[in-house]
Structure formats: structure tokens, C-alpha cells
Design a protein around this ligand. Structure first.
Ligand code: SF4
Ligand SMILES: [Zn+2]
Ligand SMILES: [Zn+2]
Length: 310
């Protein structure tokens, strides 16, 4: 094995197949942090004075993002507040909440825990057992994604946050690109990017500081920087389409280590063309039930709730 490409230390912890770089622990931590901060500047994810709401699940991605964003908070560039959403997944979420709370405490960051139960009157477990009884075939992640987005937007407004940061990494992003492409979901496809571009002021801008960091490197960063993270997998994740697509990309990456970056770069080149082609302005109104932005009479979350409450 080679020595560290940056400092010559013989104790390297990673050899990056996509760049050919070998790095020791310190240089890996430093260069990964620098890469994230550089992407924040490059894509203008954050402006001085922003109040950033970090969606903190307690998993490696959001804990790493929280730690790096905290360095901007320490330099008085941003205000930072963390929120953990308790979906109500018994035997899984409890540890995540505990670990998220510990991380926020270590860094001295204000932290809120909010739940599906509190906003929608039912846990994800209850939603799933109800939907099984009614023979609804939707995957748990569909409900979970809709309700989490709703809560994040609502909490951001309550907190006066100007940005919502999520822990999406390079694997997540390439999965989203491929999934939407495979499903022919072109309107969703063109919305993928380092930050959301909605002109609607009622939607707080979402940013993805880890979007160009592969999941493997996020995991290594968590170990190298000795972060406390929640390692368990969600019991509902098993048979999702996202998981299938993720496994496919991972297996391709073994032989073709640059494939995730090339997927991302290729997508970035065709996105402006796709946007122009698909630019039918969707008029957004207000959900008559909750007041959140909606393309129809009801937002997606309230469409589910009204159906269940009938
Ligand atoms: S895997 Fe699906 S159900 Fe589980 S937390 Fe993630 S989105 Fe929610
Ligand atoms: Zn080094
Ligand atoms: Zn609504």
C-alpha cells in the first residue's frame, strides 16, 4: 500500500478508487470536510446569516453533516438548529432519537424531537397496520417520505429557518436520478439537485451538503472522526425499489468506481435541457386542510389523512 498522498504518513485508511488518492486518518477527515465546505460554496447552499434546520435522524449522514455545519455555526456564519422526526417505528427509532439528542448536546445545538403522532395522530406503524387491513399496497417509505417532508417544512416555518439541510449522500442522489429515470418520472427527475429551486416562498429551501460524498466515505468519516451514530437499518427499508436500485449501482461501482460521479455529472449536463423541455409551470395553491402549499385542493399528506379519517 502507498503512503498518504498528502502528508506521506504510511498509515493510510482509504485508497480512493475513483481518484487514486490514498489518505491517512487526519488527511481523510480534513479533505472530506474541505470538500463538503467547498461544495457548500460552489452551489451557494448557504449564505451568511442563514438559519439552518438540520434534519437529524442520528444516522451517519445527518450526524456528519451536523458536525460540519457546526463549524460554520462556530464561526458565526449561520445559526443551526436540529430536528429529529419520530415516525413511530417501534424498536428502531428510539435509539436514533437518543443518539441524535446526544450529538446535539455534545455540540451544544438546539434540538427538537417531533413526531408523526403529534402532527398526524398516528405512528408509521399504525399507518402500516391500517393500510394492510385495507389492502393498500403503498410502501411504508411513500407515507414516510410525504409526512416527513410535510413536518420538515412546517418545523422550518415555525423555527424561522431559511434552509433545511438533509444528509443525502452521493449514493442517495444517484439512486434518485436512476429511480426517477427508470420510472419515467421526468418532473421529479428535474427537481433533483444540490438545493431545491421552488420559487414558492412557503417552501423552505432544502440543501444537501453531502451530495458528492459516497456513502462508503460517510461511513469511514463517522468511524475516523469517532462520531456517535445510529447503525441499525429501518425495518421497512428491506424491499423498497430504492434499495433494489441502490444495490444495482453498488454492484456496478465495484468494477466501475467512477460510475456514481459520472451519473451525477451526466445528469447535471442534461438537466437544463430537460428543464426547458418540461417547463410547464405548475400553479401551486394552498391545501384547504393544513394551509401548506399544494398543487391540488389538498397536499399529499392531507390526501392520505382525509381518506383515513372518512
Ligand atoms: S426506510 Fe422508509 S420507512 Fe424507514 S425511515 Fe426511511 S423512508 Fe421511512
Ligand atoms: Zn496524511
Ligand atoms: Zn395539507
Amino acid at each position: 500500500m502507498k503512503n498518504c498522498s498528502k502528508c506521506g504518513n504510511p498509515q493510510i485508511i482509504i485508497k480512493k478508487k475513483h481518484s487514486g488518492q490514498s489518505l491517512c486518518r487526519e488527511c481523510f477527515i480534513e479533505s472530506t470536510r474541505e470538500k463538503v465546505l467547498k461544495d457548500i460554496r460552489k452551489y451557494k447552499l448557504i449564505e451568511k446569516g442563514d438559519k439552518v434546520l438540520m434534519a437529524l435522524s442520528g444516522g451517519k449522514d445527518s450526524v456528519m453533516a451536523l458536525n460540519i455545519l457546526n463549524s460554520l455555526c462556530e464561526r458565526n456564519i449561520i445559526d443551526l438548529v436540529a430536528v429529529t422526526i419520530d415516525e413511530g417505528i417501534k424498536g428502531y427509532r428510539e435509539d436514533g432519537i437518543r443518539i441524535a439528542t446526544e450529538n446535539a448536546e455534545i455540540l451544544g445545538i438546539e434540538h427538537k424531537v417531533v413526531s408523526f403522532k403529534q402532527y398526524f395522530g398516528r405512528t408509521l406503524d399504525e399507518i402500516m397496520s391500517e393500510s394492510q387491513k385495507n389492502a393498500e399496497l403503498r410502501h411504508a417509505c411513500t407515507y414516510c417520505g410525504v409526512f416527513r417532508r410535510w413536518i420538515l417544512n412546517r418545523v422550518a416555518l415555525e423555527e424561522g429557518a431559511t434552509k433545511i439541510a438533509t444528509g443525502h449522500n452521493l449514493d442517495d442522489e444517484t439512486q434518485s436520478i436512476l429511480m426517477n429515470y427508470l420510472e419515467g418520472n421526468m418532473h421529479n427527475l428535474v427537481r433533483i439537485g444540490p438545493k431545491s429551486e421552488s420559487q414558492d416562498k412557503r417552501f423552505t429551501v432544502k440543501i444537501k451538503p453531502l451530495r458528492e460524498i459516497p456513502e462508503r466515505e460517510v461511513g469511514l468519516y463517522a468511524v475516523a472522526a469517532d462520531l456517535k451514530v445510529h447503525l441499525a437499518g429501518c425495518p421497512y427499508a428491506g424491499d423498497s425499489f430504492r434499495r433494489e436500485v441502490g444495490n444495482f449501482i453498488k454492484s456496478l461501482s465495484l468494477k466501475h468506481p467512477t460510475i456514481m460521479y459520472s451519473t451525477l455529472r451526466g445528469f447535471e449536463r442534461i438537466k437544463p435541457l430537460l428543464k426547458r423541455e418540461l417547463s410547464s409551470k405548475v400553479e401551486r395553491g394552498v391545501c384547504r386542510r393544513c394551509g401548506e402549499p399544494a398543487s391540488g385542493d389538498l397536499c399529499k399528506a392531507c390526501t392520505f389523512i382525509e381518506k383515513w379519517d372518512k
